[in-house]
Design a protein around this ligand. Structure first.
Ligand code: ATP
Length: 536
């Protein structure tokens, strides 16, 4: 698109249209003006401009109809929508329908020119984050700590850019491991609150009896164990952002208190009598369908509408095109450095495999797989034979089934079924995260190679765990040392059985089962999903 562009303004208030025209003409653009949606669609059909600046409120139709028409008849035209202050969610919806960017009224001349210039250049509306991590494979495609320049992620960055400066609550949805927390942090760091704290709170990981105190704090003696006064997350987030992760796991009683807190900005500590007022911006996230939770009565409708101001849906990794390889390269470099290895790249076959796999556990699964490869192998190039299950296994159905890439044989080093072709826990990234940290894994491999493989399962206890996957090891750790080979079952089976039993004993409640197992519900959802994906 040329630097000097053809722009059409769709605005029925003539005085405003003139002002916009003057601003943009000053930059040398050719700027026309139409007053209705019908005229705008005509223009798009017969002589589409480079950029359409579109007021969403038009005399003859909703501006979003123009957006929809533009997608059909002038897909190359970049559309910047204008909406009234306070209707940011309308603007965000418009972006979902194909708008390039949006402007909230009132806006300055500079903001108008800046936004239109970015649209002309075809650049995403995001501004370069001040603290880009230059370790990234391509710093241009990294937004704060989020790697990826796919179209889907650029949409995410645009929404963050526009939503971050406001105080509006952002409601992040998306599968487990898609980077919801990273997005929440980016919102905070992009906002004027960046110098104040970002306080994340995982509502699914904290036992419900303690949750109220975690949010609001408690006074000494409020309950057994409350030996002194303690500030909660609400207090610590004053001036900054409170990130409520896994919000749908929150107990209904506490949801009522949270709603009051959001409405008034004030709260009481558990056992306290004084009221504290704070200035907090809320961001929340869930990997469930929040509306389904509302329908089933597990999530308060009024709270949902309070929180669901700006929706942000993180796309699954499989929908991010080339981002998969960028993220994989980033973690290959990082883990290679951390583990003292020599890896420099993936072989073309591995890259192709990664690009085609469906990644049910998203970026977290990708991290686990790469950690596994780096810990258990060495060399400069990651070969297909180093890729563990389930990525190498073809259990991914059609995604893997074209036959152009052959799954390598099961990993030769670590198996808990000596002599048998069964499932190999060393190749199961979830099992790895479960069983041990990197160093411990190496020790396990060494033990196995020196013929001491019957100690493998016991080796998991006390491991150095990654992320939040510090899941129940007890069935294995306690019993495995006494078992003979014949009685040893694959770790995934034991784990699956333990989780299924816990869910059953908790009346089907995953949050309660997770509580009892000492893990977050998302860990269980993730595992269930990966079993389903693997047909287990
Ligand atoms: N685009 C990305 N680039 C690099 N790393 C990423 C990206 N997205 C996520 N990660 C990493 O993947 C891991 C999982 O991300 P995160 O915890 O934000 O996901 P989540 O959606 O909040 O997961 P859950 O629903 O299980 O809580 C983190 O270690 C995070 O740093």
């Amino acid at each position: 698109m040329p630097e000097q562009a053809r722009i059409v303004i769709v605005e029925d208030t003539l005085s405003l249209a003139r002002v916009y025209q003057d601003y943009l003409r000053a930059d040398g653009h050719v700027v026309d003006h139409v007053v209705s949606g019908t005229n705008a669609i005509e223009r798009l059909r017969h002589d589409p401009p480079d950029v359409l600046v579109l007021d969403l409120i038009l005399p003859d139709m909703d501006g979003r109809e123009v957006l929809r028409a533009a997608a059909q008849i002038a897909p190359d035209c970049k559309i910047v929508v204008i909406t009234a202050h306070g209707s940011i969610n309308v603007a965000v919806e418009a972006m979902r329908e194909g708008a390039w960017d949006f402007l909230l009224k009132p806006f300055t001349a500079d903001k108008l020119r800046d936004t239109v210039t970015k649209a002309i250049k075809g650049a995403p509306a995001l501004q370069t984050a001040p603290d880009i991590d230059l370790e990234s494979p391509d710093a241009d495609e990294m937004y704060f700590d989020i790697i990826g320049g796919s179209e889907n992620m650029r949409d995410i960055y645009r929404i963050i850019e526009n939503a971050a400066p406001s105080r509006a609550t952002v409601f992040i949805t998306g599968e487990s491991g898609t980077g919801k927390e990273l997005a929440a942090e980016a919102i905070h760091r992009r906002s004027e609150r960046a110098k104040d704290p970002f306080i994340p709170l995982n509502c699914g990981a904290i036992p419900k009896d303690l949750m109220e105190s975690e949010i609001f704090g408690h006074v000494k003696g409020a309950f057994t164990g409350a030996v002194s006064d303690r500030e909660g997350a609400a207090h610590r987030a004053d001036g900054g952002t409170l990130f409520l992760d896994e919000i749908c796991e929150m107990d209904l009683d506490l949801q009522t208190k949270l709603l009051r807190f959001i409405q008034t900005g004030s709260f009481q500590k558990v056992g306290g009598s004084s009221i504290e007022k704070v200035d907090v911006r809320f961001v929340c996230a869930t990997n469930r369908d929040p509306l389904e939770e509302v329908r089933s009565g597990r999530f308060r409708e009024d709270l949902y509408y309070r929180l669901h101001v700006i929706p942000l849906h993180m796309p699954p990794l499989r929908d991010r095109d080339n981002d998969i390889l960028q993220i994989a390269n980033f973690y290959l470099q990082r883990f290679t450095r951390e583990e003292g290895r020599d890896f420099e790249r993936f072989s073309p076959e591995v890259s192709a495999l990664f690009a085609r796999y469906s990644w049910p556990g998203n970026i977290r699964q990708l991290q686990n797989i790469i950690r596994n490869i780096v810990v258990l192998n060495n060399g400069t190039e990651v070969a297909l034979s180093m890729v563990p299950r389930p990525v190498n296994s073809g259990t991914d159905g059609d995604q893997f089934g074209s036959g152009t890439i052959e799954a390598p044989p099961p990993h030769p080093v670590v198996s808990n079924e000596p002599g048998g072709p069964g499932r190999h826990w060393a190749g199961d990234p979830e099992a790895l995260a479960f069983l041990a940290g990197a160093r411990q894994m190496r020790k396990v491999v060494e033990n196995h190679n020196s013929g001491r493989s019957n100690q493998l399962l016991g080796a998991g206890a006390g491991g150095n765990f990654g992320d939040e996957d510090q899941t129940a090891l007890s069935p294995l750790a306690s019993g495995s040392g006494r078992l003979g080979f014949g009685e040893i079952r694959p770790l995934w089976q034991v784990e699956k059985q333990a989780i299924e039993e816990a869910i059953e004993r908790c009346g089907g409640s995953i949050p309660r089962a997770a509580d009892a197992l000492g893990v977050s519900p998302s860990t269980i959802y993730r595992k269930k999903q990966s079993w389903e994906e693997s047909g287990l």
